[in-house]
Design a binder for this molecule. Structure first.
Ligand code: NOJ
Length: 522
């Protein structure tokens, strides 16, 4: 009997809570705001909501610096409000996935305060402390993903602590049994409250070389262009073989509860992403597949990527696809408005669980943030390299009104100048909008076993277009996508059945129009 769990059949929608809906008028999204939008999400046709961190945090990295794994930051609400979000979501048939941040805590977490208090602290080894190098400098050449050394000297105790991100995000020591157990208990805390799973932040980073050896130089590094961390290869700080033990242990915790999911954030090559399914599939249920985020946007590249990914999956491993998230430029900015529709059709018709990023359903684009308004520490530390993440984190637009229906106050990031045309209210009233396309695709996928769980096979590819089929039993769907801005002949004979959906409002047979995606029922 094939597994029919919700996280295979369903579609995940990522909410960046600061930017989704602000109920209290402080300009920052909150849990009451999200709660009010749950009916919207149910109607849109998604199945699960992944909420970026809402835990107590000094917000140095906007919540990815957690100071209490078992609470809610007052900016967002409180634990009762979180319970209410979970209960309302469940009543609407939606699942809730929390972000779990195991690699590092905030430096304001009581564990770290205690750890840095003295070398003899019982919590000292919950973090990674090392003596200075003989010259007094950092213990090795490891660099922070946000620029600069990954080591910060602590005057009080005369040692350096490791942080692969900000100095306000000290790395936790996953070799320490008590730390592991405390983190697992934090997961259970939420699982008992009914959350349906976790997206695990930088899962590939949790283990570091036990001997703290230097990383090798990266010969491909481009000075002034690449992020500073890329000066070295992450040989001793990422994707260590011991990481799989941690993943399997997290999975065992999640599996103590029925019907939950473990998703891993993994920026790794294809062969390594699929390793995180684990031996006998005892690793992550869904190791995030970010291949579409980095890929050149053309039919042959995407076609071969689908084939390579499908071929690399372990037997029984369930695929997944992602177009964007809060760390990457938005899809509509990467490929343009017309191709963003093709991308929507691709994402929602491939085999595997899709994850949508909030606002992509209205075709939101990156919003340019003037230097004086920059909030992202990555941009502040490494300016003008195009690495900053504020542009893709701007508030959701619900209406054309001032504040975009997001807030009655001043939004924490500017809204952008195309709110009047790109917002839910306006687009929901327009059957030819990208929002209407997303909704049709989501409900079509939900109604179709071929689309939600069927097999996939590439049928044809040309320089312009890609065609594939999805099949379950006697249900067969053919998808044809034109990746160019000129008309394209179909890369296959026209399917025998009828065309049922186009990225254009109206449906035609024959050659594809510029940037047209079309679905046939055959
Ligand atoms: C990955 C998260 O997605 C990103 O937003 C964050 O800054 C880093 N991990 C550090 O937690």
């Amino acid at each position: 009997m094939p597994d029919r769990s919700w996280w295979r059949n369903g579609v995940i929608y990522q909410v960046y809570p600061r930017s989704f809906a602000d109920a209290n008028g402080d300009g920052i999204g909150d849990l009451d705001g999200l709660r009010g939008k749950l009916p919207y999400l149910a109607d849109l046709g998604i199945d699960a909501i992944w909420i970026s961190p809402m835990y107590p945090s000094p917000m140095a990295d906007f919540g990815y610096d957690v100071s209490d794994y078992r609470g809610v930051d007052p900016l967002f609400g409180d634990i009762e409000r979180m319970d209410a979000v979970i209960a309302d979501a469940h009543a609407l048939g939606l699942k809730i996935i929390l972000d779990f941040v195991p690699n590092h805590s905030s430096d304001e977490h009581p564990w770290f305060r205690e750890s840095r208090r003295s070398r003899d602290s019982a919590f000292r080894d919950w973090y990674l402390w090392r003596d200075p190098a003989p010259d007094g400098g950092p213990p090795n050449n490891w660099l922070s993903n946000f620029g600069g050394s990954a080591w910060t000297f602590d005057e009080g105790t005369g040692q350096y602590y490791l942080h692969l991100f900000l100095d306000k995000q000290p790395d936790l020591n996953w070799r320490h049994p008590a730390l592991r157990e405390a983190m697992f208990e934090s997961m259970r805390f939420w699982l008992r409250r009914g959350v349906d799973g976790f997206r695990v932040d930088v899962l590939y980073h949790v283990m570091k070389d036990a001997e703290f050896r230097d990383n090798p130089l990266n010969p491909a590094y481009r000075d002034g262009i690449d992020s500073e961390a890329n000066r070295f290869l992450p040989t001793h700080i990422a994707d260590l073989s011991e990481t799989m033990d941690v993943v399997a242990a997290m999975r065992a915790v999640v599996d103590e509860f029925p019907d939950r999911v473990l998703i891993g954030e993994l920026y790794l090559p294809l062969e390594r992403i699929v390793a995180y399914y684990g031996d006998r599939l005892q690793g992550a249920n869904l190791p995030f597949n970010f291949l579409l985020i980095g890929a050149a946007w053309d039919a042959r590249t995407i076609g071969s990527l689908v084939e390579r990914y499908e071929a690399a999956l372990p037997p029984g491993g369930w695929p997944n696809w992602v177009l964007g998230n809060h760390d990457k430029p938005r899809i509509a900015s990467r490929v343009g408005d017309a191709q963003a529709r093709v991308a929507a059709m691709l994402l929602l018709t491939l085999r595997g669980t899709p994850t949508l990023y909030y606002g992509d359903e209205i075709g939101m684009r990156d919003v340019a943030i003037p230097r004086a308004e920059v909030r992202d520490p990555f941009e502040i530390n490494e300016p003008d390299k195009g690495l900053g993440r504020d542009p893709q984190r701007t508030p959701m637009r619900w209406t054309p009104a001032p504040g975009a229906g997001f807030t009655d106050g001043t939004p924490w990031l500017r809204l952008g100048d195309d709110v009047a045309s790109r917002n839910v209210e306006t687009e929901a009233a327009d059957p030819s909008s990208i929002w209407s396309l997303y909704r049709s695709l989501l409900w079509m996928r939900r109604a179709s076993r071929a689309l939600s769980i069927g097999s996939v096979r590439i049928l044809g590819v040309s320089d312009q277009a890609l065609a594939y089929e999805r099949v379950d039993g006697d249900e067969r769907i053919v998808v044809c996508l034109n990746f160019t801005e000129v008309p394209a002949v179909l890369p296959i004979d026209e399917p025998a059945g009828r065309a049922v959906l186009s990225t254009y409002g109206d449906i035609r047979q024959g050659p594809l129009r510029p940037s047209e995606g079309r679905i046939y029922l055959s």
